[in-house]
Structure formats: C-alpha cells, structure tokens
Design a protein around this ligand. Structure first.
Ligand SMILES: *[C@@H]1O[C@H](CO)[C@@H](O)[C@H](O)[C@H]1NC(C)=O
Ligand SMILES: *[C@@H]1O[C@H](CO)[C@@H](O)[C@H](O)[C@H]1NC(C)=O
Length: 638
C-alpha cells in the first residue's frame, strides 16, 4: 500500500514538473510577445527587469499571465491585475457628518482561499486542469510566504495591482472645492529606499507623478541607500531613464533614513522638500495644501493625514481625523486620534492641526529652513527615532509642525520589518542622542523606562558636540518649554524614590505586569516575571495615582475584585477611585476607596488564566500583599 502511494506521488511530481515546465515556456514566449508588442507602442518604460523571471522556480509571470492559452478550466478564475474598481476601501467617518460617497464592497479574487487541496491519485487526462490549479495554488502560497518574509507585506498581491491605480476618494467633501493661493512654491519629492520591492517603489513614484501638478513638481529624487537586490540595479536605472522629471541617485555607503534624506536634500533644487517613504500612494490633490501652508510660513513643517495601506490585501484604509503625531517616554512615535475634538468643532474637519511630532512617512519642509535648522542628525544610524529628533528640534528652534487634513497619502504599514537591526542597540543609541541633546534633566524619565539605553549610556558617551553647538547657535528653547507649550498633554512622571519602578511582589517573586499588546484602553493586570527592561515601570504620584506605561495615561484601578488598568482621564470625577496609599513598613498597597489591599496571585496548574493576577483582598500581613517599588536605574545626575 505504502509503496504504491509512493509511486503515485512520484508520478504526480513528474506530471507537475512537466506541466510546470510547459507553463514556464508558454509564459516566457508570452512575455516576449508582449514585450515586442510594447516596443511597437513606444515610448514607454520597460517592463520590470527580466532577471525577476529568469529562473524557473520564480513563476510569477505565469500567475500574472492573461494569455487565453493558459485557460486551465472553467472553475479557475483567471488572475488579472487588479483594476481600479476592484480596490477595497474602508470609508472614513468624517465626524458625525455622513460623507457623500457610497460604500462600495468588492471582493478580491484570490485563488486557493477555500478550495479543496487534497490530491489523491495521479491525474487522469480530465483531472489535469485541476492538478495544475492545485499546483499553482501551492506555488502561489509559497510565493506569498516568501514575499512576506522578504518584505513584510504581500508582494504577490502588490505585483498584480496597477502601478497607476487610482485611490478611492477619502478627503472631506469640503476639501474638494478648495482654492489655493496663486503661486505655490515648487517641490522636490525625495524618496529614499533600501531593498524596496519593485512594485511598491514604482507605485510610489508613479503615484507622485500622476497626482502632483506639473507646475509645482520640480522633480522626484530617488535615492538608493545601498540596495543589494538585483531588480534595483540596472533595471531600475533603465526604467527611471524613461520617466520625465525623475532622477536616481545612488549612495555608495549605507546612510540610514536621516542621512539618505539629507543627501537627497543637498541635490534637490525645489523650494520645498517632501520626504516620502518608498511605499506610499498619494491621493489626488495631496501636494497643494502642503505647499500652501509652507508658503504662508516657511518655518512650518507639515504632513498629510497618513492613511493605511494594508500589508496583506493592499486595500486602502482611511485614517480618522483629527489625528496628530506624538511620542511617549520611551521615545516611541505614534499617531494619536481624538475623535471627540471634532464633535466639539465641526470646523476642524478641514483645519490644519498643530502636532507635537510628525511621522517619517511623508514630511514637507522648506528647503532653506531644513538646512538652517540642521537637516537630520548625522549621528543617527539606520533608522528609528529620527522623526522625533526632528520634531523636538523644529519646535524648540523656532518652527512648528502640523497635520493638514485636506492632504492625504496612503502608507504601507508592514506586518513586520523586513530586516533586523544588525546591532540590537542601534535604536537605543539614536534615542540616547535625543535624550542627551534635547531632554535636559527630563532624560532621567526616559532612561528609567528604557534600561538598555541606560546601560549603554553608562559605558559610552555619544558625540553630540556638533548638535549642542547647533542648539546654542540657533538659540533653541529647553525641553521644559516643549513640554509645557507644545505637548502639555504628556503626563510628566514624578518617579519618586521608593514610589516608582517595577512593582515587585514579595510573596510571588514577580512583578505587576500589563502585556503591551493590550492597548491604551486598559484591561486586567497580571503578575509576571520581572523584565528589568523598564517595560513594567510605574509611578505612584502625589495624587495617589499609580501611573502605568510609557505614556502614563493608564492608572491602576479596580473592577470588582480584580485590579485593572483604565485611562486615568476617565475617572477624574469619581473621587478616591484611582487613589492608592503605599505603607512602606508593611509593604501594603491600599486602595483608598475600598480600603482593600492589592494581592498578587500566581497562576497555578492548568487553569492559568482564571487563578493568576492582581486582586483586591481584605488586608492581612501575608507576603502576597507585600510589595516594593524596585527602582532599576539611578542615571547620572539623578
Ligand atoms: C483595514 O480595515 C480592515 C477593515 O476594517 C481591517 O480588517 C484591517 O485590519 C485594516 N488594515 C489596517 C492595516 O489597518
Ligand atoms: C566629536 O565629533 C566632532 C565632529 O563632529 C569631532 O571634531 C570631535 O573630535 C569628536 N569628538 C570625539 C571625542 O570623538
């Protein structure tokens, strides 16, 4: 029996191999035919470089084929480039107003989603179509997986989408009729890339060319930050040579985001620089509102609303306005949405909103202001936190930042980063530069929440001589000014000795914990092994609140007998609810409203979730109710 099925499997493999081979041959001839077709309709950029389809295992061209000779049976949906009207789209909700656009629902045609994949015997003549189909489905999944690993998004889907796809309208209706001032400055769009996928890179370029009015678009500067992948070499040079107004610059050493953008800036001639990531898609009319804001004030640095392109389906998800960029005490950037703001003021829908920070996806800045304010910090390597450094610097040294809602650009958010940092500490080193250059004594707050950075800082001195000189010569304000004037919403931890740090439970030898993935809305607290990284840091302040997390917006709260975290702002009106008292002598942490004590219960046996956690119990002197705040670091100058 075994042997027979083994023989059958071999037969099947042989069949599939043969079929696969035939398909490659067909596809190649198809491709050459199409290429010669194309040559007749020149001028036009060449198709993507041939090296991508040269080796037989790389069968993308087959799945992409439109050749009727490849009809494989009635039930196999032919795979076509996604047409514009196949775009999936989640309409944004513009406050309480309903937008005039209709909801559309489209189905993406992807093979293999729900089909039977069991193969039983060698294919008969009639089953051949099915076998081929199953084989292709397998390949398809393989390719998607490989692409996902390589790029962090579904590149196979991206390949099928037109480089010129038009995006569904996501702007507020009032943006559409907007008049702009007569003479807007010219723009150079600087797109840095490192081993970007072909389709996403070129879609970014075409999207700029297709949406930016010619009279304002000075040029598109593609800056290659030492890519290794073959398709970005001569194939790309060749492609770009056919595009009007696009220049390609290649760096001979790896510069990282900041260095690469600074290089692009030195070659740019437009009055305004627009730095754009290499996997974006622009909405119609995105450029003019940005240029207008800068024309009115050359020290304004502006960003569009960054919509989200889904890494799996490439569908376009509109981001809810109002939104602004912020960062937390671990110096991580995020976009913060405040839907309530708009309910109060419908006028806001089309008004630019000042923003303490801007993301790196798309930033527009006057070219001379960019240079005079110190470009990007050349001491920062690869990428990470450079947008926070730019933000603090722009604000502190005489500029401002805002998000302009009538400008929208979609940004592909990867599922994961395609490459790892060669050195895990690079991100911390960038952040240390920010802390040391810009944060004055507030840097302690950062180091307590990122102990790795603290330990690196203890053994290394960052060379920030030049940046401090710049800061002095520009007469920049201090971080206290930034916190009180630009970003007063950021909670400033008190971090008092013996009342802040990891909340260590004597009875269990563990720490109070709130898994990061649980989000900013709050949820049940756990006890977990102490991390020592600063991720479990909390701060019992003089109001009696136990503030948690790098933003300090979550407070230790109770729900029945469980200890939970909830947004501090939501319980302001219930006196005592969020108040705790720490009794140093007994180690008890007493909830003021209920006069109950915080108790740690370690999960036991199989029934983990239901037994472990943090609870409120009658106060006793049991070690499970004994706590202390473990301060992990005492940075220099503390
Ligand atoms: C886009 O929206 C859909 C539907 O709401 C959601 O399932 C998906 O996760 C979103 N994608 C991203 C990247 O936010
Ligand atoms: C720091 O950098 C400056 C130039 O940016 C250089 O002149 C100086 O020697 C450096 N200092 C140290 C200690 O390396």
């Amino acid at each position: 029996m075994r042997r027979r099925s083994a023989v059958r499997r071999k037969m099947l493999c042989l069949w599939l191999l043969l079929i696969g081979f035939a398909l490659v041959a067909l596809a190649l001839s198809d491709l050459f035919n199409r290429d010669s077709d194309r040559n007749r309709h020149k001028p036009g950029p060449p198709r993507q470089p041939l090296q991508r389809i040269a080796s037989p295992p790389d069968l993308e061209v087959i799945v992409d084929s439109h050749d009727p000779a490849l009809e494989l049976g009635a039930d196999l949906t032919p795979l076509k480039s996604l047409q514009e009207d196949q775009l999936l789209f989640v309409p944004s909700i513009h406050g309480t107003k309903s937008s005039p656009q209709k909801k559309r629902s489209y189905k993406m045609l992807l093979p293999g989603a729900s089909k039977d994949t069991t193969v039983r015997g060698p294919p008969t003549h009639g089953e051949m179509g099915k076998a081929v189909r199953l084989h292709l489905e397998g390949l398809e999944r393989d390719m998607e997986l490989r692409a996902l690993q390589q790029y962090g998004f579904n590149e196979v889907v991206s390949e099928r989408i037109s480089l010129h796809r038009r995006l569904p309208e996501a702007r507020h209706p009032e943006c559409l009729g907007e008049q702009h001032i007569e003479s807007l400055p010219s723009a150079s769009v600087v797109i840095c890339f490192n081993d970007e996928a072909w389709s996403t890179l070129l879609r970014t370029v075409h999207s700029v060319l297709d949406t930016a009015p010619k009279q304002y678009l000075q040029e598109v500067l593609l800056v290659d930050d030492l890519s290794q992948q073959g398709h970005l070499k001569t194939g790309l040079s060749e492609y770009v040579s056919h595009l009007d107004g696009v220049r390609l610059i290649r760096s001979t050493k790896r510069l990282g985001v900041g260095g690469c953008r600074t290089l692009g800036a030195t070659r740019a001639v437009g009055e305004v620089l627009v730095f754009m990531d290499s996997h974006c898609e622009c909405q119609k009319g995105w450029l003019e509102p940005l240029l207008e804001r800068i024309a009115q004030d050359r020290t304004r640095v502006v960003s569009p609303i960054m919509d989200v392109i889904d890494w799996q389906s490439f569908r376009y998800n509109a981001t809810q306005w109002p939104i602004r960029g912020v960062f937390d005490w671990r110096l991580d950037f995020f976009w913060e949405s405040n839907p309530e703001l708009q309910d109060k003021d419908p006028e806001m829908a089309v008004q630019p909103l000042q923003s303490p920070a801007l993301g790196g996806g798309v930033v527009a800045i006057d070219r001379h202001f960019f240079q005079s304010v110190g470009a990007y910090d050349p001491g920062m390597v690869l990428w990470g936190a450079e947008q926070i450094e730019l933000s603090i610097r722009v604000w502190s040294c005489g500029g401002s930042m805002e998000v302009v809602p009538c400008s929208r650009v979609g940004h592909l958010i990867r599922r994961h980063l395609p490459y790892r940092f060669p050195d895990q500490d690079l991100l911390q080193r960038n952040k240390i530069r920010i802390a040391e250059t810009w944060m004055d004594t507030y840097k302690k707050i950062y180091y307590r929440r990122d102990t790795l950075a603290h330990f690196i800082r203890q053994s290394e001195n960052p060379n920030i001589t030049e940046r401090l000189r710049l800061k002095r010569s520009l007469g920049c304000r201090n971080f206290h000014w930034f916190l009180t004037t630009v970003y007063p919403q950021l909670y400033i931890p008190q971090d008092k000795t013996a009342l802040s740090g990891e909340l260590y439970s004597v009875g269990t030898g563990r720490c109070a914990d709130y898994p990061q993935g649980r989000g900013l809305q709050g949820g049940a607290m756990d006890v977990a092994p102490c991390t020592g990284t600063g991720s479990q840091h909390c701060d019992l302040n003089s109001e009696g609140e136990v503030r948690w997390g790098p933003t300090g917006t979550l407070c230790l709260d109770t729900e029945g007998e469980r200890a939970v975290l909830s947004p501090c702002a939501s319980h302001r009106l219930t006196p005592g609810r969020l108040q705790w008292k720490f009794i140093k002598l007994s180690g008890q942490l007493v909830h003021q409203l209920s006069q109950l004590c915080l108790e740690a219960v370690k999960e036991e046996g199989d029934n983990k979730r239901s037994t472990g956690g943090l609870f409120l119990r009658q106060c006793t002197h049991h070690p499970r109710q004994q706590w202390h705040f473990e301060q992990l670091v005492a940075p220099k100058g503390a």
